[in-house]
Design a protein around this ligand. Structure first.
Ligand SMILES: [Zn+2]
Ligand SMILES: [Zn+2]
Length: 104
């Protein structure tokens, strides 16, 4: 199960993300969904775009939890699953379970 909180990305945040330094070109969907485990309070997080550098980093959107909206460049957690077939794609030091716990 995931948090599934949905947010619509305002145009100015979208432009900010697309012009962020070292970001890879890509598409940002109009609506973003929180990728964390369900959480009763605190910030929601969704992936926006991959970064060319630092290697393995991703540009994330964090929202809610009293911060409004914030773009963040953070590495991916990358913790391997017990079978080592999957690795976690959530931001490093994320709360809740690793992404593969939803299906492994
Ligand atoms: Zn959330
Ligand atoms: Zn993780």
């Amino acid at each position: 199960m995931e948090c599934s909180e949905v947010v619509s990305l305002p145009k100015e945040e979208r432009l900010k993300a697309l012009s962020y330094p070292d970001v890879e070109t890509g598409e940002i969907p109009e609506y973003l969904t929180c990728e964390l485990d369900p959480h009763p309070y605190g910030e929601h997080v969704a992936q926006l775009l991959y970064m060319e550098k630092p290697n393995g980093s991703v540009l994330w959107l964090a929202w809610g939890g009293g911060i409004g909206m914030e773009l963040r460049c953070l590495p991916v957690c990358e913790r391997a699953s017990p079978t080592e077939e999957n690795s976690c794609w959530l931001p490093v030091r994320h709360r809740g379970g690793h992404s593969w716990e939803h299906y492994e």
